[in-house]
Write a protein that binds this ligand. Structure first.
Ligand code: ATP
Length: 608
């Protein structure tokens, strides 16, 4: 057999060539430093690092391969379950290939962006594979944004296709109308695909279809279920775009690559000891940072996704009891909902240990302790949209098992050590970049570097220059390093309270307020103070059934409670009761609370 020019030699020739070089290496006695004992072709490859990459030993990393493998390994196993709909891994692979093919037929390709506006339903899961299988970038949009903000995102990302759940169709239409009004004749309307949901009112779907939008299932029918999708040539190609929720500034478009998505989805399984066959409940929105990469992890481990349109304690307990849920993620606010659920909504004891990953905000130790009492095994992670979700995990040590509950919760409320998929994590003085001492008290900025850091912000060179200054990604979070190397977030730089020139960690004050038995939720921000410049102002939601008729007495009680636990100047000087404004991911909108604190005016000297 003769190989054509440019083709690999046939197997028998390659085998002989390999034997010969092996023989040669033995005769020459291996590598020599500097000089050449072997000549010709072999001299070029004499160094252990000189062996070249080729199609057989190097390919771009992408999580898309996980899906192909899942369909091969467990074609009949449930992949995605939503109410009465149950897809298998074979179904999901075919549906994703159809989606990719249908998009490709509409000229969606490399460089295109497909926006998805949907809660946790099968179509948004499928978009995580189908869109990049067409070579395009998936941009999942926060469903709680208003039309002007969605218009900004769709315009900024140049979305060519908008896939929208039937309940959010008018949001998409209003947003597109805003763009059309702004751009006038230069506006090219994206292809709008409306996703019907059997668990919702069918009339909303009919209304959407009357506007000319194409229905998702019909759109899939235009695609080929055997579509020969191509992986990216280069793992640096973008797979996803996600906008920060704008809790600290206007939304920025975070661009993620295939390589990072691959590494982080596998890291997510490792860190959480998540194995083949896990049943994962989608309490965390998939639109938030691609569900911290668990969208792709679930294909890697051939797990099952249980969709949830609306997160309630009742729905969570019911899914645990009836659908075999083993894992779910949620911001601390979700954990709080669980521990404060009325007994009628809970199913206790739990039928099995359920693993919960929390991040997005600092979980108060009291919340962690209450969750483990209920039988949940909580893993605490910390990260940002810019780091594909989690960057750190508070890795559990067996020696903590024997500690008292409160101590365990205190240790666990720290953010921990770097994720297995992240190469660099430090807490530094932001000016000198020198690491802070591991004393548990010197404050510095948390910085990250490695393959689990975003490519950058879309069309925002100024923000990129700031974010990547000095070769690190600057998180904007302030933290400390403990003697055991674990880091602890103390505040966002913008949230820190400066009273009489001293820093007060709003998170530490919140931890104390949370311990008050009448408190359901708390958030602490700076309020102007005539004497100290700023002082802590606590915004508090009381538990159901707490008598709050005398707010002044309750505020005094909360302040007294904190005085027993905190340094004097950390104690909130004002307490305001009421519901707390939250983002779609359950974060408390501190900027709104700061605005409210501003409306209250400064704390007067006479009140000291
Ligand atoms: N475990 C945690 N403990 C404390 N804070 C956390 C934790 N996990 C995440 N955070 C906070 O959440 C931030 C990242 O959130 P995310 O990337 O979702 O941005 P955002 O708050 O939604 O939007 P924006 O960046 O516009 O403010 C972190 O910088 C940190 O302040």
């Amino acid at each position: 057999m003769q190989a054509k020019p440019g083709e690999a030699p046939p197997f028998d020739r390659r085998f002989r060539a390999k034997s010969k070089s092996h023989e040669g290496a033995t005769q020459e006695g291996g590598r020599e430093g500097g000089g050449g004992g072997v000549g010709g072709e072999m001299a070029a490859e004499r160094d252990i690092d000189d062996l070249p990459r080729n199609a057989a030993n190097y390919t771009a990393l992408t999580p898309l391969w996980f899906l192909e493998r899942a369909a091969l390994a467990h074609p009949a196993r449930a992949s995605v379950v939503h109410g009465a709909v149950r897809y298998t891994w074979a179904d999901t692979y075919r549906r994703c290939r159809r989606l990719a093919s249908a998009l490709a037929r509409r000229s969606v390709a490399h460089g295109s962006t497909v926006a998805v506006i949907a809660p946790n339903i099968p179509a948004i899961y499928e978009a995580h594979f189908g869109v990049p299988m067409a070579g395009a970038v998936v941009n999942c949009v926060n469903i709680r944004l208003n039309a002007p903000t969605v218009a900004f995102l769709l315009e900024h990302s140049s979305a060519e296709v908008v896939m929208v759940d039937q309940e959010f169709f008018s949001l998409a239409e209003d947003s597109l109308r805003i763009i059309a009004d702004q751009k006038k004749c230069s506006f090219k309307k994206p292809l709008v695909i409306v996703i019907g949901d059997h668990t919702c009112d069918p009339s909303a779907l009919q209304d959407a279809l009357r506007t000319g939008a194409i229905e998702y299932e019909k759109f899939l029918e235009t695609g080929d279920p055997e579509f020969a999708w191509k992986p990216p040539q280069d793992e640096w190609k973008s797979i996803a775009l996600g906008y920060t929720s704008g809790t600290t500034s206007s939304p920025k478009g975070v661009v993620l690559h295939h390589r990072g998505a691959y590494l982080m989805s596998l890291s997510g399984a490792l860190v959480w000891k998540m194995n083949d066959g896990a049943v994962y409940l989608w309490t965390l929105p998939m639109f938030h940072c691609n569900g911290w990469c668990y969208t792709w992890t679930l294909a890697a481990i051939c797990g099952t996704s249980i969709c949830l349109r609306q997160v309630t304690a009742k729905a969570i307990f019911s899914a645990i009891a009836n659908q075999g849920v083993t894992h779910f993620c949620g911001a601390p606010v979700v954990l709080n909902t669980i521990i404060n659920a009325p007994p009628v909504d809970t199913i206790l004891p739990l039928p099995r240990v359920v693993d919960v990953m929390t991040a997005g905000a600092a979980p108060p130790p009291s919340v962690l302790a209450a969750m483990s009492k209920l039988g949940f095994r909580v893993s605490h992670t910390y990260g940002l949209s810019e780091t594909y979700g989690p960057s750190t995990v508070c890795a559990w040590k067996p020696e903590w098992d024997i500690l008292p509950d409160d101590e365990r919760a205190r240790l666990q409320s720290r953010q921990g050590i770097r994720y297995v998929g992240l190469e660099g994590l430090d807490v530094v003085d932001p000016k000198s970049m020198a690491p802070v001492p591991a004393d548990g008290s010197t404050l510095g900025e948390i910085v990250m570097r490695g393959n689990a850091v975003m490519k950058g912000y879309l069309k925002n060179p100024k923000a990129n220059a700031e974010a990547f200054e000095n070769g690190w990604f600057h998180s904007g979070d302030l933290g400390v390093r403990h003697p055991d190397g674990y880091i602890e977030v103390k505040d966002r730089a913008k949230d820190i309270i400066i009273s009489g020139g001293e820093n007060i960690s709003s998170l530490e004050v919140e931890k104390a307020v949370y311990m008050h038995p009448a408190v359901l939720e708390a958030s602490v921000v700076a309020r102007a103070d005539e004497q100290w410049g700023e002082s802590p102002c606590a915004f508090v939601t009381l538990k159901d059934g707490v008598d709050s008729s005398d707010e002044a007495a309750m505020a005094a009680n909360v302040i007294k409670f904190c005085r027993e636990r905190l340094p004097g100047y950390w104690v909130p000087k004002s307490v305001v009761f009421g519901p707390l404004p939250k983002t779609a991911t359950g974060k408390i909108k501190k900027h709104e609370l700061r605005a409210k604190a501003k409306e209250l005016g400064p704390v007067r000297k006479s009140r000291m």
